[in-house]
Design a protein around this ligand. Structure first.
Ligand SMILES: [Zn+2]
Length: 382
């Protein structure tokens, strides 16, 4: 795709040249000079000598709307091809010109900031975007790249500030994101044991996005740091109830931190309740692990059989179910192998048999041409 865009450059230059021609109509000598330079520059581009082409275009005497846009396009294409130094040369040259309009200068600054960002020079990118925003506070285009920079630098205070600023201007709701940033900030403060600041930050997160499950996790972390184990467990329970994915994220932490029998019992009854309500297979694996830890394996037999024959087994739940079955065989000589076999057959039937080696797309039946990346002869057995 990039190659195609690059091949379109001569057309972009040609339109720039045409505009330049019109502008200099009547000034024959200069026009001749401009046309010679354009042709020369295009020739260098076509003959894969981009540096010589750059020298020609960067020494271009006068600039108007068309040529400025053409230079911007050329620089962006170089950046997209990974040729950051060339992109920087073009955009730096544009920004340094005194004959640009305000809008052109803003576009050139934005492009220059993106070059620095792509080059990993985050501090330079930050100062370009900040300057752009200072020049024109309404220039919301600079907010998104600045937000990305602060995310990468883990400067959550600044990330919050710029996101709130952008939200006020664009009217796009970013409150969920802002709550995430406050929670990141709370985690940083928790590592420094600044518990009061953690509490203040969590309050701001909850205010920004009251529905956030992550805020409940942060509240749990704070309560645990204050040795309020019961409150902590309750916050984690509420978080998982809001978003069951969080059980996977928190499970090992919960097992390590809440290893008193009564705490494990609370956790077990909560996961049991959540599984009964949702029938979410992800929860079943954790439920079996908790049952094993609490010595309740025999009690799980009916539920395991039901899951194997009627539920939606996954590789994870099969591993934990077979663990339960092995235990039942050892202790009570109960053999439920046929159920396990049924579950394995059902799981196997639900899995795609073929995969594209080019893009990884999975499919049930063989296809000569991959429907995702459209390559031929790339599909084979998983
Ligand atoms: Zn493919």
């Amino acid at each position: 795709m990039q190659e195609i865009l690059f091949l379109l450059l001569p057309i972009a230059f040609y339109s720039g040249w045409q505009a330049a021609r019109k502008r200099y109509k009547g000034r024959q000598e200069q026009r001749k000079d401009i046309s010679v330079r354009f042709v020369q520059g295009i020739n260098y581009l076509l003959s894969e000598e981009p540096d010589k082409a750059l020298d020609v275009f960067l020494n271009y005497p006068d600039i108007d709307e068309y040529t400025a846009n053409t230079f911007l396009l050329l620089g962006n294409l170089f950046r997209n091809r990974g040729e950051i130094n060339r992109a920087l040369r073009i955009h730096q040259n544009l920004v340094a010109r005194s004959d640009l309009s305000k809008a052109q200068r803003a576009s050139a600054m934005l492009a220059l900031g993106e070059d620095f960002f792509a080059a990993g020079l985050l501090d330079r990118a930050e100062s370009v975007f900040t300057e752009l925003l200072k020049d024109d506070p309404k220039h919301a285009d600079a907010c998104e790249p600045l937000r990305n920079i602060y995310e990468q630098l883990h400067e959550w205070d600044k990330a919050i500030e710029i996101t709130q600023y952008a939200q006020q201007r664009s009217k796009v709701d970013r409150s969920r994101l802002i709550a995430h940033y406050y929670c990141e900030l709370a985690t940083q403060e928790l590592q420094k044991q600044n518990l009061f600041r953690v509490e203040e930050t969590i309050k701001k997160a909850a205010k920004a996005y009251p529905a956030s499950a992550r805020v409940l996790v942060s509240k749990g972390d704070l309560a645990y740091a204050r040795a309020q184990r019961e409150e902590a467990l309750e916050f984690y329970r509420q978080a998982i109830e809001k978003d069951t994915r969080l059980l996977g994220v928190l499970f090992n932490q919960l097992l390590n931190n809440f290893n008193h029998k009564d705490e494990l019992e609370r956790l077990y009854s909560f996961v049991q309740h959540a599984f009964t309500k949702t029938q979410d297979a992800k929860l079943f694996g954790y439920l079996l692990q908790l049952a094993r830890k609490l010595g309740k394996i025999t009690e799980m037999r009916t539920q395991v059989e039901e899951h194997l024959t009627k539920g939606k087994p996954t590789l994870n739940t099969l591993v934990h179910s077979s663990d339960v079955l092995a235990h039942l065989w050892q202790e009570e000589k109960i053999c439920d192998i046929p159920q396990l076999q049924t579950a394995l057959q059902r799981l196997s039937a639900s899995q795609p048999d073929f995969q594209c080696a080019q893009c990884g797309y999975k499919m049930h039946g063989y296809l000569w041409r991959c429907p995702a990346c459209h390559q031929w002869d790339t599909v084979s057995n998983v």
